[in-house]
Design a protein around this ligand. Structure first.
Ligand code: ZN
Length: 363
């Protein structure tokens, strides 16, 4: 039984590329990218959410504006020099999250490439709740004092039981509380390390994002076990930066999510990580009768071919498969009104109509 997502009929239509959208809803998705558009959850009456996957090199940083106006920071960290990405990530965050916006922080797990920049981004923004994958002690060395301070300041610090997942919107998270709007913990604490990762789902109307953080074998099995008929995602953020080791990103995970668009948070500095693998194209978009998926504006997708010990960085150019590497494209910013959606790539995390490029639109 699928607990969030779109109906079986709609899944068929999505797969066939024939998503039916009432014309009235389309005008609510802005054509022009701006920080105001990205944070627009608090204005207007339409459902509207944005999900921005920033470029932070070898790391992960996701900023979510709920259709109900609250904001979620879902990880932020990098293994690169902080100076390379902190200023632009901070500027992006501050232009989308205003001082009085209710802020929630969801940390998938405690690796530094996911949490090392959290303190800097949040700054003085008042935090309502911090949801942690793994156990609180995992965060002691990087965020221990910060968690204590936020708790003293009124934030709720929450951890989850082993294998915890939601079948209705998470009561401790914002973004809505009914069948068509809400934030879900789709999986968590399937194991330790990467497999402790919280998998976050954002559901707005018929739009659904599935953010896989760093799940590997155990987290993937847990997700498929919880949602045996699949999650029918519009947007997937691929698992573990696009790795294929330790059971990450198997074809069954592609089948589970079958996205319209897939994004990988990755950086090229650490070649031994070799994120993402080129095979991610066929994992998430298996060719049909030898024909690759299309629909995206031509862009570069850099990825690693070859086997362990002999990985080669391969920049595919003029790719129209809807698959993105943040290291190539900068921030990947998606805005939806709950039905239609548009996505932009913004080099250097700079929100600007001049430099952000429309990547995809549906319809
Ligand atoms: Zn990671």
């Amino acid at each position: 039984m699928k607990c969030i997502g779109i109906s079986g009929t709609s899944v068929t239509l999505l797969v066939a590329g024939l998503l039916f959208v009432p014309a009235a809803s389309r005008a609510d998705v802005p054509n022009v990218i701006s920080d105001a558009a990205i944070r627009a959850g608090t204005v207007g009456t339409s459902q509207r959410a944005s999900i921005s996957i920033l470029t932070v090199g070898t790391g992960r940083c996701v900023v979510i504006a709920c259709p109900t106006g609250e904001k979620i920071l879902n990880d932020c960290g990098t293994r690169n020099a902080r100076a390379a990405f902190l200023p632009s990530a901070k500027a992006f965050f501050d232009s989308v999250v205003y001082a009085n916006d209710p802020l929630y922080v969801v940390l998938s797990h405690s690796d530094v490439d996911h949490i090392g920049l959290v303190k800097d981004l949040v700054g003085v923004h008042p935090v309502r709740r911090v949801l942690l994958g793994g156990v609180r002690g995992d965060y002691a060395s990087v965020l221990g004092t910060w968690l204590d301070d936020e708790e003293h300041g009124g934030a709720v610090i929450q951890t989850l039981n082993a294998n915890y997942f939601d079948t209705t919107p998470n009561a401790g998270l914002p973004c809505g509380s009914n069948a068509t709007n809400g934030a879900y913990v789709l999986g968590s604490n399937a194991g330790t390390g990467n497999d402790a990762s919280i998998v976050l789902g954002i559901h707005d109307g018929t739009f659904q994002a599935v953010l896989l953080a760093d799940i590997e074998r155990a987290g993937t099995a847990q997700l498929i076990n919880h949602f045996p008929t699949g999650l029918a995602a519009t947007l997937v953020e691929g698992a573990h930066h696009g790795s294929d080791t330790d059971g990450a990103n198997p074809p069954t995970l592609g089948n589970e999510t079958r996205p319209d668009v897939a994004v990988f948070s990755a950086g090229s500095k650490f070649r031994n990580y070799a994120h993402p693998r080129c095979m991610m194209q066929s994992v998430y978009f298996p060719p049909v009768n030898g024909v690759l998926a299309g629909g995206a504006a031509a862009h570069t997708f850099s990825c690693y071919n070859g086997s362990a010990g002999n990985r080669r960085l391969t920049p595919y150019t003029n790719v129209t498969v809807p698959i993105y590497n943040t290291n190539d494209t900068g921030a990947f910013v998606l805005i939806t009104d709950g039905t239609a959606w548009r996505a932009w790539t913004c080099p250097g995390n700079i929100i600007s109509s001049l430099t952000c490029a429309l990547a995809m639109a549906n319809p």
